[in-house]
Ligand binder design. Structure first.
Ligand code: SF4
Length: 484
């Protein structure tokens, strides 16, 4: 049993049970191209250290501690609970615990993890003298080579938004967590039925949601359960209200999107705020450029001028519509291709007309700004693209248009699949942004040229479909307005 199992059990016993039965593939959110143990050893001037190995027993780790004071990935177990301490300093029966976090903050949740470490280490007869967190320095900028000393910050206090908070040792000592009792309950636990609680959807939606509530997958497009941000949709369903059109308005929060959903169902499935949509659409100028970027996230910067937690742009797709003809441009790089991307984009994107992206403000606009910061020589031209950038998500997320086939979802993927069932993301090997990053990482290390070309093809198809989808949505909105 691992700490993650206990956390799952505390969130929901059924979640714990299902996760034991299902091997879910773990996707690493970050691209880590640096040997973190080596970097920390340099930071702390550790000359001699040992790196623990998977499934190592406590007794073996304690034996190792006879010869090494410093142990990375130190494995221990106690009462069936297995832990891996990121870095341990051991001197006889005394030790210091170091957490290593890929974050620019040292938050209390790391202290909560340390409570499990304390339970297991004390169970193995070790006395913890100090707790430390090593986290990333948000002001660090990579220049020519990694400066391990400046990259990491060592603290025995929590640090939030640059401010020093409580002492870690005191915090851990004050956590009351009866792990003996929890582990006993887990061991004798047998079966749990699904019970819907806020834990099913709060923060991250539970990965077993569809297993627990399969009927929701087959609900009709206009089901009351598609009502977004609704506190009372299940109550309404239990009271016999099955469809959006019959929603009890006293139990609807009444935001613009919810009202658009209800009106759409009362109006054969489509609602359009004609005046507002006309105004939004009226700002679009030909030629229209539809753009989409793909990028990877690096907690430890690998290239010049990148800060910690910066992203590395590796691909763009651009469809250009001049009113008659649709043209396509694209770029897919490897390694540090930031400048090539900037040059290629500037070469291919028209100098006038509107530029459209989906969720542009939170993504494409920021990526272009970053390119402008990296390359001041292109800055003016890049920032002019941002001046023309318009977010295609706005008509949907602000309730100007709602089609019940969206089923309460506002992603580009959903809208594309709604408009063209034949030509959809479901047919592609890469069907979402996470998968694109996964394939990109495979592609850059792939030694087999044929397989590499296949990865490239998949990435180009995916990004290309994103911008083609934007074009199709544009045409669809155009048709909606011209049909009125
Ligand atoms: S969906 Fe809810 S009931 Fe089902 S496993 Fe997840 S948290 Fe538990």
């Amino acid at each position: 049993m691992h700490v993650s199992d206990i956390k799952r059990f505390l969130r929901c016993p059924r979640l714990y049970q299902l996760s034991l039965e299902t091997k879910t593939k773990f996707h690493l959110y970050f691209n880590i191209s640096t040997d973190i143990d080596e970097s920390i050893a340099k930071k702390l001037n550790i000359e001699k250290y040992y790196v623990g190995i998977t499934n190592q027993e406590s007794s073996d780790t304690l034996l190792v501690a006879n010869n090494y004071n410093w142990i990375f990935k130190a494995r221990f177990s106690y009462n069936g609970l297995r832990i891996r301490v990121p870095l341990l300093y051991v001197d006889g029966n005394n030790c210091d615990v170091y957490s290593i976090v890929l974050s620019t903050q040292a938050l209390e949740n790391e202290g909560n993890n340390m409570a499990y470490t304390k339970y297991v280490l004390e169970g193995n007869g070790l006395k913890i003298n100090n707790y430390y967190i090593l986290f990333l320095n948000r002001d660090y900028v990579y220049k020519d080579k990694l400066d391990d000393d400046k990259l990491w910050i060592l603290t025995d206090h929590f640090i939030k938004d640059g401010r020093k908070m409580g002492n870690i040792h005191e915090y851990v000592d004050n956590i009351s967590l009866n792990l003996d009792e929890i582990i006993y309950q887990m061991n004798k636990f047998e079966f749990a039925l699904p019970i819907r609680t806020s834990k099913c959807t709060s923060r991250n939606r539970c990965p077993f949601y569809e297993d627990c509530f399969p009927l929701e997958k087959i609900i009709s497009n206009n089901s009351i359960l598609t009502l977004v941000s609704s506190k009372y949709k299940y109550d309404m369903l239990n009271d016999g209200i099955r469809y959006l059109k019959d929603a009890d308005l006293d139990r609807v929060e009444g935001n613009k999107v919810q009202m658009a959903q209800i009106k759409a169902d009362r109006n054969n499935g489509l609602y359009v705020d004609e005046k507002a949509l006309k105004k939004w659409y009226g700002q679009l100028e030909l030629p229209i450029s539809f753009i989409d970027f793909e990028w990877d996230l690096f907690p430890i910067p690998p290239y010049n001028d990148m800060k910690v937690m910066d992203v590395l742009l590796f691909q763009y797709s651009l469809h250009v519509y001049d009113g008659k003809k649709l043209s396509h441009f694209e770029f897919l790089g490897e390694g540090d291709s930031r400048e090539e991307i900037a040059i290629s984009l500037l070469e291919n994107i028209p100098k006038k007309g509107s530029v459209i992206a989906y969720n542009a403000t939170g993504a494409e606009k920021i990526r272009i700004k970053e390119l402008a910061n990296y390359f001041p020589q292109y800055s003016d031209r890049l920032l002019k693209i941002n001046d023309r950038l318009i977010d295609m998500a706005i008509p949907f997320v602000t309730g100007l248009v709602y089609d019940t086939r969206m089923r309460g979802s506002f992603t580009l993927n959903t809208i594309e699949n709604m408009l063209d069932e034949k030509h959809s993301y479901d047919d592609l090997e890469v069907s979402d942004g996470m998968k694109a990053v996964e394939i990109y990482r495979e592609m850059i290390i792939c030694q087999d040229e044929i397989q590499k070309q296949e990865y490239k093809k998949q990435l180009l198809e995916y990004c290309g479909l994103d911008t083609y989808s934007l074009y199709k949505i544009y045409k669809w909105l155009n048709k909606i307005l011209s049909d009125r």
